[in-house]
Design a protein around this ligand. Structure first.
Ligand code: NAD
Length: 296
């Protein structure tokens, strides 16, 4: 069993830590939020007082932070890289921009550490159940060493290529998920206004060619499928502001690859509108409010 430092204990990091503890690993954790810390300490993790304390005396450091700036701060600015013991493997599971992921990998390499980017899909439900998909970028042998640890938190652990390519895979997925959430909203609102019940729309489309994972599992219309955040006043789940972050990352990446992504651009604008309307902390499925602000 391994000694693991874990930094970032929010909606995703919290349940991921609990699964590592369940698998028998010894966890040292840090978060800026005391509440987030207490939550995992109750599950058996040891509280560290700083990033550096969480990163020292362990074999693996895993981070699950909101954005690239946080990853820079935690790894590069007198943080993990300065404090970790020789041979510690560094794993960043946050969803961040490709450039920062590659810069963190290079900074780790220069200091003698192996690092992978390993963003996830599967949301809070997958984090709870230990069924996340990990999309990993970095050296293949570092990936192989990290894999048994990632398997305690996920079901599909995939090497996508060199440093940063886990993040590329992730933003391709999330661009599609954002587009699908908006598309599902359009179809559900239009069908109901034209007289078909929302349940009939759901039942038919879920077994037809318009189906998607989002449509079936996080349908933006309330009451049609179990477990959709729409049934629970759009409590996240995956916050709309994080989806906007990922869509923006996808648009920056599309530009750098000279790729036209018109649907990604429309979804980015729609989520921007949703957030300007004050729904940034609501689940992604609340994008339906852009299509029908009065929806019940
Ligand atoms: P969150 O905001 O719930 O948690 C992030 C945690 O990081 C917070 O507790 C915050 O206090 C902590 N933090 C921030 N800066 C820190 C620092 N310098 N030192 C220590 N702790 C710090 O976010 P989340 O939903 O857990 O998402 C984390 C990452 O996972 C994001 O990049 C997100 O895009 C990605 N993600 C989220 C989901 C989801 O469904 N929530 C799904 C897939 C991927």
């Amino acid at each position: 069993m391994s000694r693991i430092g874990f930094i970032g204990l929010g909606n995703m990091g919290g349940p991921m830590v609990r699964n590592l503890i369940k698998a028998g690993h010894s966890l040292k954790v840090f978060d800026l939020s005391e509440e987030a810390m207490n939550f995992v300490v109750q599950s058996g993790a040891k509280a560290a007082k700083s990033v550096k304390e969480a990163a020292s005396g362990v074999e693996f450091v895993i981070s699950m932070l909101p954005v690239g700036v946080n990853v820079k701060e935690v790894f590069m600015n007198d943080g993990v890289i300065a404090a970790a013991d020789k041979g510690t493997i560094l794993i960043d599971s946050s969803t961040i921009d490709v450039e920062t992921a590659q810069a963190a990998y290079e900074a780790a390499k220069v200091a003698g550490f192996d690092m992978i980017d390993a963003p996830v899909s599967g949301g809070v439900t997958g984090a709870d159940a230990g069924t996340l998909t990990f999309m990993c970028g970095g050296d293949k042998n570092t990936f192989e060493k990290a894999k048994p640890i990632l398997q305690c938190m996920g079901k599909n652990i995939i090497h996508c290529g060199n440093a940063g390519l886990g993040q590329v895979t992730k933003i391709c997925n999330n661009m599609l998920a954002g587009i699908n959430a908006l598309a599902a909203s359009e179809a559900m609102v239009m069908g109901e206004r034209l007289g078909v019940s929302r349940q009939t729309l759901y039942d038919v489309i879920s077994t037809s060619t318009g189906r998607s994972y989002i449509f079936e599992n996080s349908n933006p219309m309330s009451g049609v499928c179990t477990n959709s955040p729409a049934n629970n006043d759009f409590k996240p789940g995956f916050m709309a502001k994080l989806m906007l972050k990922d869509l923006r990352l996808s648009q920056a990446a599309a530009q750098s690859a000279s790729t036209s992504t018109p649907l990604g651009a429309v979804a980015t604008a729609a989520f921007q509108q949703l957030i300007e309307n004050g729904h940034g902390d609501a689940d992604t499925s609340s994008i339906i409010k852009v299509i029908d602000p009065q929806l019940k």
